[in-house]
Ligand binder design. Structure first.
Ligand code: MG
Length: 269
């Protein structure tokens, strides 16, 4: 099931997106979104007798992280190497504030404090239940679904600060979407799903989730051994190699096979 959050100009609603994705991960022209009563994270999936053509609605971030977005750094060996880093012995965690989240099509604002703004296309895990100390083998029990993220990073500030809060924490630095896919599981990603980023239509990242150093269950176990996870919290699983700069006016699309694609433009702040 693909769960989206959308608006038709009125208050936002959650909805289920129907129809097949084409080979580019795009919904067909006949795709519709069936509205839901309330947030399915808390009340389950309750269909309303209200549907819209997907093309007629504006999609919003499919989840509003209740407390946090947990990032994982250097989780693909080739990306660690391109940044001049070794592969970590344990998952390298950082936090992005929930105020950094924006939705599909929303602008990513280029802050005046940086001159090196990078995209990082990533698989994102959405937590469905309050949990702590989750064993890896039970991780699927606490996962609501999966979506796509761009872990936008001010690379110069990351180097200068030596920690990640400012570099990854600006408003609009965590585009999420286009929806949450609830029917995939960690095995799908272990087998390999393409994670690709396009900058103005040019392929700049071409990774596979089979290359994750720490897989999804390991990340849920590791993060939840440190902090309680709440419904709607998000774990970003790290980016493959090929990160690079974005300029004002650039369009960045992150696609993950079977999940769809997330597109945002960079705007002057
Ligand atoms: Mg990242």
């Amino acid at each position: 099931m693909r769960i989206a959050r959308f608006t038709t100009g009125e208050d936002p609603l959650y909805g289920v997106v129907t129809g097949e994705l084409d080979e580019n991960g795009q919904p067909g022209e006949d795709a519709v979104v069936v509205a839901l009563a309330g947030d399915p994270l808390y009340v389950g999936v309750k269909l309303l007798e209200q549907e819209h053509r997907l093309a007629d609605v504006r999609l919003l971030a499919p989840v509003l992280p209740r407390s946090k977005v947990v990032g994982i750094g250097r989780n693909y060996a080739a990306h660690a190497a391109e940044m001049g880093n070794d592969v970590p012995e344990e998952p390298l965690m950082f936090l992005k504030p929930n105020t950094s989240v924006v939705g599909p099509g929303d602008p990513v604002f280029y802050p005046p404090q940086t001159s090196e703004l990078h995209y990082e296309g990533e698989l994102a895990v959405v937590i469905g239940r309050i949990c702590r100390d989750v064993p890896a083998e039970q991780a699927t029990d606490v996962i609501h679904g999966y979506t796509i993220a761009n872990d936008v990073t001010a690379r110069d500030l990351q180097r200068r600060d030596g920690q990640f809060t400012r570099a990854k924490g600006f408003d609009s630095f965590c585009p999420l979407g286009p929806w949450i896919e609830t029917d995939l599981d960690p095995h799908d990603f272990a087998e390999g799903r393409a994670v690709q980023t396009y900058l103005n239509g040019e392929l700049v990242q071409d990774g596979s989730t089979s290359d994750l150093i720490f897989d999804v269950p390991a990340l849920v176990a590791h993060v939840s051994s440190v902090m309680t996870l709440l419904p709607g919290d998000v774990i970003l699983t790290g980016t493959p190699e090929g990160v690079g700069p974005m300029q004002v006016g650039d369009e960045v699309e992150v696609s993950i096979a079977g999940l769809g694609s997330l597109t945002n433009k960079v705007a002057q702040r």
